[in-house]
Design a protein around this ligand. Structure first.
Ligand SMILES: Cc1cc2nc3c(=O)[nH]c(=O)nc-3n(C[C@H](O)[C@H](O)[C@H](O)COP(=O)(O)O)c2cc1C
Length: 355
C-alpha cells in the first residue's frame, strides 16, 4: 500500500512524496499578470510538496478571469516565471503551471477591457469581483468555429512558454466551470457546429487542447483537472447519462494520449469518478473537494483505499509551508486566514511560519 511520504514517478518526474500542492488562485501578480518576487518566495517555501500545481494561469489577456492573476503569454510574464521555477527547484521541488482560460467567468475590468468569450453567448449567474466591487458576469461572445484553432494555439503557446521558463510541465484546467469545462457542460455549450450538440462533440475542444499541449511539450509533461458533475460557476451537469458519456469520451482520449496524470475534484467514491479513474491509464491525483478540508487522515485514506496515487491538498498548504514535514511528524498546524486568500500582500501569504 502506498504511503503519502514515499516517492513516486509521474510522467517525466520523480517526486519526493505523494502530497501535491493543489492549484490555488491567490491574486498576487501585477495588473499585467507578471508573477512577483513574493510569489517566488511563496512557492519556494512550499517546495517540499511532491509536486506544486500553480494557481490558474491565463494563456491570453482574453482568458484572464480574476484580478491580478498571472499569465503565461508575454515575455515579462515568462521571464518572471523563471524566478518562480528556480525558487522551487533550488529547494528540490517540482512545479507545473495550471493553464486556465476563464471563458465567461471573467470581467473586462479585470483584463484591460478585453472581451469575454465562451462556447455560447450565455452569461454565467452571479457576480465577479472587480476593482470597483462585485459586478454581474458579462454575456460572452460565442467563439466562431474558425476561431477555435487560435484559442487552442494559445494553450499550446502557454505550455511551451511554461517549459521554456523552466517549469516542469502544465496542468490543463478543465474543471470548475471555466472555458474547457464550459465546452463540456450542456447548459454552457449550446453550439450547433462540431463542438456541440452531443457528448462526443462537447468533449472535442478539450481533447484538441490536450493534444495541442502534448504536441508542444510532450504528453508526459501534461496533466489535466476535471470536476464531473460538481456544478460550479454555473456549468451544470445534471443528466447522469450525458455526463458519463461526455467524460468517458474525454478520459478515453486522454488516456490514449499518455498524459502524466488525471486530477479529479470531488468524492472519488462516486460511480462516475471511480469509473473514470479506472479507465485512465496514467496516475490519479485526487482532490477530495471543498468539504471537508483535506487533512492527513483523509489523504492517507485515499491512498489506502486505492482511490488515488497522489493527493492534492489546498488550504492546509496555504497556512503551512512545511506541511509535508508537519504531517510526517504529526506537528500542530497553522490555521489559514480566509480573509487573505484572494489578493493582498505578504500577510497570509508568505508569513505563515514553519516549525
Ligand atoms: C484560495 C483558493 C483558490 C483556489 N483556486 C483554484 C484554482 O486556481 N484552480 C483550481 O483548479 N482550483 C482552485 N481551488 C480549489 C483547490 O485546488 C482544492 O481543490 C480545494 O481547495 C479543496 O482542497 P482542500 O480541502 O485541500 O483545500 C482553490 C481553492 C482555494 C481555497
Amino acid at each position: 500500500m502506498a504511503d503519502l511520504f514515499e516517492p513516486v514517478t509521474v510522467g517525466k518526474w520523480t517526486l519526493n512524496n505523494r502530497i501535491v500542492m493543489a492549484p490555488m488562485t491567490r491574486n498576487r501578480a501585477t495588473p499585467d499578470g507578471v508573477p512577483t518576487d513574493l510569489m517566488a518566495t511563496y512557492y519556494g517555501q512550499r517546495a517540499t510538496a511532491g509536486l506544486i500545481i500553480t494557481e490558474g494561469v491565463q494563456p491570453s489577456t482574453v482568458g484572464q478571469g480574476y484580478m491580478n492573476s498571472p499569465g503565461m503569454h508575454t515575455p515579462a510574464q515568462t521571464a518572471a516565471w523563471r524566478t518562480v521555477a528556480d525558487a522551487v527547484h533550488q529547494h528540490g521541488g517540482r512545479i507545473v503551471a495550471q493553464i486556465m482560460h476563464a471563458g465567461r467567468i471573467s470581467h473586462p475590468d479585470n483584463k484591460h477591457h478585453a472581451e469575454t468569450v465562451a462556447p455560447s453567448a450565455i452569461a454565467a449567474p452571479g457576480e465577479m469581483f472587480t476593482a470597483t466591487g462585485l459586478q454581474p458576469h458579462p454575456t460572452p461572445r460565442a467563439l466562431g468555429t474558425d476561431e477555435i484553432p487560435s484559442v487552442i494555439d494559445e494553450y499550446a503557446h502557454a505550455a511551451r512558454a511554461a517549459v521554456d521558463a523552466g517549469l516542469d510541465g502544465i496542468e490543463l484546467h478543465a474543471a470548475n466551470g471555466y472555458l474547457l469545462h464550459q465546452f463540456l457542460a450542456p447548459n454552457t455549450n449550446q453550439r450547433t457546429d462540431s463542438y456541440g450538440g452531443t457528448p462526443e462533440a462537447r468533449a472535442r475542444f478539450v481533447i484538441e487542447a490536450a493534444q495541442a499541449v502534448s504536441d508542444a511539450i510532450g504528453s508526459e509533461r501534461v496533466g489535466i483537472r476535471i470536476s464531473p458533475g460538481i456544478n460550479l460557476h454555473g456549468a451544470i451537469e445534471d443528466d447522469a447519462d450525458d455526463t458519463a458519456a461526455t467524460y468517458r469520451t474525454l478520459v478515453d482520449a486522454l488516456s490514449a494520449m499518455g498524459l502524466a496524470y488525471l486530477h479529479t475534484i470531488g468524492d472519488p467514491t462516486t460511480p462516475l469518478i471511480e469509473d473514470l479513474s479506472h479507465r485512465f491509464a496514467g496516475l490519479r491525483i485526487v482532490s477530495n473537494g471543498w468539504d471537508p478540508v483535506t487533512d492527513a487522515a483523509i489523504a492517507q485514506a485515499l491512498l489506502d483505499n486505492d482511490q488515488a496515487d497522489l493527493v492534492a491538498v489546498g488550504r492546509a498548504f496555504i497556512a503551512n509551508p512545511d506541511l509535508v514535514q508537519r504531517w510526517q511528524t504529526q506537528a500542530p498546524l497553522n490555521q489559514p486566514d480566509v480573509n487573505t486568500f484572494y489578493g493582498g500582500d505578504h500577510r497570509g501569504y508568505t508569513d505563515y511560519p514553519s516549525v
